[in-house]
Design a protein around this ligand. Structure first.
Ligand SMILES: Cc1cc2nc3c(=O)[nH]c(=O)nc-3n(C[C@H](O)[C@H](O)[C@H](O)COP(=O)(O)O)c2cc1C
Length: 403
């Protein structure tokens, strides 16, 4: 707010941004967020090896980004079986919990709020990443098209074709849910503020929900009530550990990433969104099916628009959207009531001070995809802030080797 002593520039800035909906506070479960800019979950494959343990370098990366109203961490496997990419962190060993404590402490010291994204990849894995080189598991034994990201015998990253996964037996399902229970409990011990259940992007929960990957004839397949059962069981177990108002869920309706698809997406995701409303969650996070159109400033296809309307209508709670947004489009979508919060992925990678850049209408750094996965500080903790551009020295990060 301007005061009599505020400079002309400050008053101009506050006037310019006073209508910005992105900067309106919002309540998310029990948390009061000062604005609506969220850091999206982003896999960076920089956990220490062996053991997939978070490090001080990871802590520094997240601490740099605490001006986001909420940080959702990179996807984090709840079990060894749940891993699908080289060097991603886990939340199933004591060492990993201790590693994550470095992260949550650094984030809290810097005044941030952080949820852990809990993850099981299902069939999007490879024996090279599985305990004892076993087959990855899935709702049904259907091989995904594409390749897995592994570490080869020389310790280098390599892409290898996916294999046909093993279909989970019904007797295993309670134990599968318990992998999430342990992950949720460990997240609590590690000092997080909540968890986001990864139900999107073609991983295990999404493989159960979508008809193309679920051909089961038991209580977890067939009608949508059954295909959504695993998600609801995971929501229930996470809510027992955390209280539901500190649990979020991420979904990707109409998504095709990782070779998934659904025959009746309106029925499927309409049901899931409505059913999730019963749990009083912190939020529902939707990977924007209109991302490509938003990015190109084009009109989304009618089916995509209908899906977004359907989710908004069926889900009675806070809705976060992510995908393709910049400052202007995020404002427009909030203004049209299509979402309550906007998460930013690639822009959060390249701009540790994204909210400040938006507030000042400052130019953004461009992300470098060649440093997304693996490596050290380069392309991770060395993107400059506006303060650095003005000559301030950044807080140094410890560039621990990740293996
Ligand atoms: C390098 C990279 C890693 C990602 N990792 C995850 C992840 O771990 N979990 C997840 O749900 N989505 C992940 N995503 C998807 C993002 O959260 C987001 O949905 C996507 O980048 C689109 O948003 P944007 O247009 O703002 O970048 C990842 C995206 C990128 C570019």
């Amino acid at each position: 707010m301007s005061t009599p002593t505020a400079s002309v520039a400050e008053r101009a800035l506050s006037k310019q941004t006073s209508k910005d909906l992105l900067f309106q506070p919002v309540k998310l479960g029990r948390y009061n967020l000062p604005h609506r800019i969220v850091m999206a979950p982003l896999t960076r494959s920089r956990a220490r090896q062996p053991g997939n343990v978070p490090t001080l370098l990871n802590a520094c990366y997240y601490a740099q980004r605490t001006s986001a109203a909420l940080i959702v961490t990179e996807a984090t496997q709840v079990s060894m079986q749940g891993q699908g990419y080289a060097w991603t962190p886990g939340i199933h060993s004591r060492e990993q919990v201790d590693g994550w404590k470095l992260v949550t402490d650094a984030v809290h010291d810097a005044g941030g709020l952080i949820f852990l994204q809990i993850w099981h990849v299902g069939r999007i894995s490879h024996p090279a990443l599985q305990p004892d080189q076993m087959l990855p598991v899935a709702p049904s034994a259907i091989k995904p098209s594409g390749e897995a990201f592994i570490e080869n015998e020389n310790g280098e990253p390599a892409m290898v074709p996916f294999v046909t996964p093993r279909a989970l037996q019904i007797e295993e399902m309670p134990y599968l849910v318990r992998q999430y229970t342990r992950g949720a409990k460990n997240a609590l011990s590690a000092g997080f503020d909540g968890v986001e259940i990864h139900g999107a992007n073609g991983y295990l929960i999404n493989q159960f929900i979508d008809s193309s990957t679920n051909r089961r004839g038991d209580a977890y397949g067939g009608q949508i009530e059954n295909r959504a059962r695993l998600l609801m069981e995971v929501v229930e177990t996470a809510s027992e550990v955390w209280d539901s108002d500190r649990v979020g869920v991420r979904l990707s309706p109409l998504g095709t990433f990782n070779d998934v698809g659904d025959d009746h997406p309106e029925e499927t995701f309409g049901y899931v969104a409505r059913k999730l409303s019963d749990y009083n969650l912190a939020y529902l996070h939707v990977v924007n099916p209109a991302a490509a159109a938003v990015e190109k400033r084009a009109e989304p296809e009618p089916r995509v628009k209908r899906m977004l309307q359907l989710i908004r209508e069926k889900y009675r709670g806070k809705l976060m959207l992510c995908g393709g947004f910049d400052h202007e489009s995020a404002e427009a979508w909030l203004g049209q009531g299509k979402a309550d919060l906007i998460a930013f992925g690639r822009k959060s990678i390249a701009n540790p001070d994204l909210p400040e850049r938006f507030r000042r209408h400052a130019p953004l750094n461009q992300d470098d995809p060649s440093t997304y996965y693996g490596g050290g500080a380069k392309g991770y903790t060395d993107y400059p802030t506006l303060a650095q551009d003005r000559g301030e020295q950044p807080k140094p990060c410890v560039d621990e080797r990740w293996r």
